[in-house]
Design a protein around this ligand. Structure first.
Ligand SMILES: N[C@@H](CCC(=O)N[C@@H](CS)C(=O)NCC(=O)O)C(=O)O
Length: 286
């Protein structure tokens, strides 16, 4: 870093210059505007975006539906986080933390809200008694490991490597060190285990795949070469196997608003939407 910074006695909020997300970051929580959330016809109403945290939940929904569990049907509504949709009064009432994904379950006596992607995965897996595996403590350990570790990848490495207004060696070094260590943790585990908890594919795999699997497949931060992701052979094997699953392919498309228009299903209200409502078919070219 070039200039050294002397923190003032008390921090005050000044708009920061440059960097993605700076215009939506605020030091206070709560709603910025009054707006209700839409509610569709299915028991589950998901308010989300196809970031790694969002994709965890849409992959699980598609996995449950692929097993023929009709009660797992869901409407997925698009939340544009760069436009501040997460600060509407409706969204804040589902998630006071103003982050996607957020879920309302209307199949309970009174609607049940669930926020935090790990909590949503666990809630749905327990509700339908699927993708929990046969070793619950191990599954919970890898699920919570992911929830605690990924902020170093996204908020730490990804932020400083890809989004900060300048490249600073100190934070990039610090978070690269940590992310490579995390990839090595997974690689060693997957050397002796087909999935993270053993033979069963569980929500712990779904959660970790959304971040570390997609990182290994070169989809995050343009950092595949920098992190030498190819060298994590067991992570590669696991990531590719999960990536090839049809429900994963579908889940990745839901609430996607960037990239190739034929893989963007910005909102999902019906299984048939994958064939008829992708952005190449209904979009305005944006
Ligand atoms: N721990 C949360 C993190 C969710 C999160 O960071 N969501 C991001 C997108 S991946 C978000 O909504 N950001 C909007 C904002 O920070 O205002 C979870 O796993 O659900």
């Amino acid at each position: 870093m070039t200039d050294s910074y002397t923190p003032p006695k008390v921090w005050t909020w000044e708009q920061q210059e440059g960097g993605r997300f700076t215009n939506i970051n605020r030091p206070i929580s709560g709603a910025t505007h009054e707006k209700d959330l839409p509610v569709g016809k299915h028991p589950h109403q998901l308010y989300s975006l196809a970031t790694p945290n969002g994709v965890k939940v849409t992959v699980l929904f598609e996995e449950l539906l692929a097993l023929g569990i009709e009660e797992a049907e869901y409407d997925a509504w698009l939340i544009h986080i760069l436009e501040g949709d997460q600060f509407s009064s409706g969204f804040v009432s589902v998630n006071p933390n103003s982050k996607i994904p957020a879920l309302m379950d209307h199949s309970t006596e009174t609607p049940t809200r669930v926020f935090e992607s790990g909590a949503i995965l666990l809630y749905l897996a327990e509700k339908f008694d699927r993708f929990l595996g046969s070793n619950r403590p191990e599954m919970l350990s890898w699920l919570f490991w992911q929830m605690g570790s990924a902020p170093y990848l996204g908020g730490g490495f990804g932020h400083f490597y890809a989004y900060a207004p300048e490249k600073w060696e100190y934070p990039i070094n610090r978070f690269t060190m940590e992310v490579k260590r995390q990839l090595d943790v997974l690689d060693r585990r997957l050397a002796d285990n087909h999935f993270l908890t053993g033979a069963d594919y569980t929500i712990a795999d779904i959660a970790n795949w959304a971040w570390y699997g997609q990182l290994a497949l070169g989809r995050l931060y343009g950092a595949a070469e920098f992190l030498d992701v190819e060298s994590y052979k067991h992570v590669q094997r696991w990531a590719q196997e999960i990536d090839a699953r049809e429900p994963v392919r579908r889940g990745r498309m839901v609430n996607k608003a960037t990239g190739d228009a034929k893989f963007q299903l910005r909102e999902r209200h019906d299984a048939g939407d994958f064939e008829t409502k992708t952005w190449d078919k209904i979009g305005d070219g944006s």
